[in-house]
Design a protein around this ligand. Structure first.
Ligand SMILES: O=C[C@H](O)COP(=O)(O)O
Length: 248
């Protein structure tokens, strides 16, 4: 039985005053079936980890460098994330693939850097609008999944997040049939590659998840939770999403 995961990605949002939102998420996070994760900007990780100490909320980073240390100005290593109190790291978010030219190979290496520091990697994959309209969705998702996921991935150290790029921050959401098609495909590919352990990976949906659509999305087969951007910034929205997931 896979535990559900409600993951928030604050992206480049959040100052010290916003840590109050984490406090307000604590009661909703104390659920029986759902893990709760907030990936804050790197500047907030250690304060966020302190703020959630003793609660059911985990803190994660949004990216890490492939190397453990060295001359990489402005970058942050997985060891630094772990040292700051993170338990997870997002790798391969489409905003990093696009803005920073990250390839599948780099994303796999970043995920391995996470494993080496006992971080759970949340590996993101998803097609662009052009790829969706060109009928290439499963090809693109399959290739990204294969090449961004290291051989050392397990259901315990890795979460897969399916995020159609065209649904991120746009308010556009795929149909429930489209979500089911991709999630069932991802599950089949994980089982083909990792055997029975392929059934242990959590597969999240991401892209314009809100309290108003969460219940429907969480009823879709092989959707084990969500990676939420905008609606994770305020406890009032994210708590409703956690509750919808816990009830699913
Ligand atoms: O990492 C989160 C996703 O990019 C989704 O963002 P969004 O919920 O604001 O569409």
């Amino acid at each position: 039985m896979r535990r559900k995961l409600a993951a928030g990605n604050w992206k480049m949002n959040g100052l010290a005053a916003d840590l109050a939102e984490l406090d307000a998420m604590k009661p909703a996070a104390a659920t029986r079936q759902t893990d709760v994760l907030i990936c804050t900007p790197a500047t907030l990780i250690s304060r966020a980890a302190e703020a959630v100490s003793g609660s059911a909320i985990a803190i994660g980073g949004q990216d890490c460098h492939v190397n453990a240390s060295g001359a990489h100005t402005g970058d942050i290593s997985a060891a630094m994330l772990a040292d700051s109190g993170a338990g997870y790291v997002i790798t391969g978010h489409s905003e990093r693939r696009v803005d920073h030219g990250e390839t599948d190979a780099v994303i796999a290496a970043k995920s391995e850097a996470g494993y080496a520091n006992d971080l759970i990697a949340v590996i993101c994959i998803g097609e662009s609008l052009e790829e969706r309209e060109g009928g290439q969705t499963l090809d693109v998702v399959g290739t990204q999944l294969k090449n961004s996921t290291p051989d050392a991935a397990t259901g315990a150290n890795t979460v897969i997040a399916y995020e159609p790029v065209w649904a991120i921050g746009t308010g556009k959401v795929p149909t429930l049939e489209q979500i089911a098609e991709v999630h069932d495909f991802i599950r089949a590919k994980l089982v083909e590659r990792f055997g029975e352990d392929g059934n242990a990976f959590r597969v999240l949906y991401g892209g314009s998840v809100k309290p108003s659509n969460a219940q429907d999305i969480f009823a879709v087969s092989n959707v084990d939770g969500a990676l939420v951007g905008g609606a994770s910034l305020k406890a009032s929205d994210f708590n409703a999403i956690i509750e919808a997931l816990d009830a699913a």
